[in-house]
Design a protein around this ligand. Structure first.
Ligand code: NIG
Length: 390
């Protein structure tokens, strides 16, 4: 098999302490040898290979793992965002606006829009991502969203319980019945995960439990949107049911921190959402210090976080969630992998997937030190160059 070598790496972050220094397993003056989709070896600079990328002394990190996106949708909510910046509150009811536009779009239009966003994510250094449904809220459109998402990733999440659609206003239990019945049957074959928006104004604890248990019975892993708009049962429910991840975690109470510290569920923070909705930032420091496993993700969606920039999320995580730079980088790579229950991605070690990003910078600290500057020079996913920017 021919080898691709990323050579002359000034600083390689492996995320494997056995391969290098410190918790990030950093190696100086390194070469990354790739065969097919996999990392073959981490060597000294100057390694032999059939094809060569010259990192020119710059930093190489594992590809970002974005474990929370809503990438398949139609329509635009820029006016809602502008109104929010002028003082209007964030309303989860905006989901219905996107639902109207998404229902009206053809499957091929949805696919084209999602592919464009996927390309943007590669340019941002995202080598693996999860995609949720949730802007159909009726059987046929939810199924179409799952099918389109499955063209782009194996990490597809059924989120029929994203909001109660207008036609079920005041009949949330009946809608939960549809979600757990025909909608789940139509979507589950395309999905790996089930998710629910457990929040006041969306689905309460009992309804959320019903959705998650139905998803589990259909063979899906569990994820939860919890504690986004206020304190609530989402985090504790996720831990109790052994969900892979509970996402948002903006409002964490003592009992939530205790649950996260004592459980297996990853706390996934979505700082660009708190930025875009003018919410307070979560206390990630407290969760980390208590021993919780954490991730950060973009939550790319048209309402509360229309960004594919993981670098921006990392900068917010450091500046406003009080993570260290190393913690934030790990959360955006290995943390995301853990939130997806994956051990083949999120780090660079022999046998793992060859997902790497060459930064136009000497160290990963520049992701925070130079906020807003596009520092992704090259994205390699499954051993193939997916983005080049000089
Ligand atoms: O994760 N919280 C629920 N869902 C999305 C927001 C969706 C929207 O506003 O369109 C989120 O923030």
């Amino acid at each position: 098999m021919s080898a691709l070598v990323i050579d002359n790496i000034g600083l390689l972050v492996t995320n494997d302490p056995e391969l290098g220094d410190g918790p990030l397993g950093t190696v100086r003056d390194a070469a990354l040898v790739i065969e097919g989709e996999r990392v073959a070896a981490v060597e000294r600079a100057g390694a032999a290979g059939d094809e060569r990328i010259d990192a020119d002394g710059r930093c190489v990190i594992p590809g970002f793992v974005d474990s929370h996106t809503h990438l398949v949708f139609a329509g635009d909510r820029a006016a809602e965002f502008a109104a929010r910046m002028a003082g209007a509150p964030y309303e989860a009811a905006g989901i219905r606006v996107t639902t109207d536009a998404t229902r009206a779009a053809s499957t091929e239009d949805l696919a084209r829009l999602a592919e464009r966003r996927r390309a943007e994510a590669f340019a941002a250094g995202i080598t693996e991502l999860e995609i949720k449904s949730g802007y159909g809220l009726e059987v046929d459109t939810e199924r179409r969203l799952c099918e389109v998402a499955a063209r782009l990733t194996g990490e597809v999440t059924f989120l029929g319980a994203h909001a109660v659609p207008a036609e079920y206003e005041g009949r949330a239990d009946a809608y939960v019945g549809l979600v757990c019945g025909d909608m789940l049957s139509a979507c589950a074959p395309h999905c790996r995960w089930v998710d629910v928006f457990c929040e006041r104004g969306a689905f309460d604890e009992d309804q959320s439990r019903t959705v998650l248990e139905a998803g589990r019975a259909a063979g899906l892993g569990l994820r939860v949107h919890g504690n986004q708009l206020g304190p609530g049962p989402g985090v504790r429910l996720a831990v109790e049911l052994g969900a892979a991840s509970v996402d948002h975690c903006t409002y964490l109470e003592d009992a939530d921190i205790e649950a996260l510290a004592g459980g297996e569920t990853v706390a996934t923070f979505l700082p660009a959402t708190d930025f875009s909705t003018r919410q307070p930032y979560p206390d990630a420091r407290r969760a980390i210090d208590a021993g919780a496993e954490v991730a950060i993700a973009t939550n790319c969606n048209p309402g509360s976080s229309y960004t594919t920039s993981m670098s921006f999320c990392i900068a917010l995580a450091v500046r406003d969630l009080r993570m260290t730079v190393d913690e934030a980088l790990r959360a955006a790579t290995l943390g995301g992998a853990r939130a997806l229950g994956r051990d083949d991605i999120g780090r660079l070690r022999p046998g793992g997937r060859a997902d790497a990003v060459v930064l136009n910078a000497p160290s990963h600290e520049h992701l925070v030190y130079r906020p807003g500057v596009p520092l992704v020079s090259r994205t390699v996913a499954r051993g193939e160059v997916r983005h080049t920017a000089g």
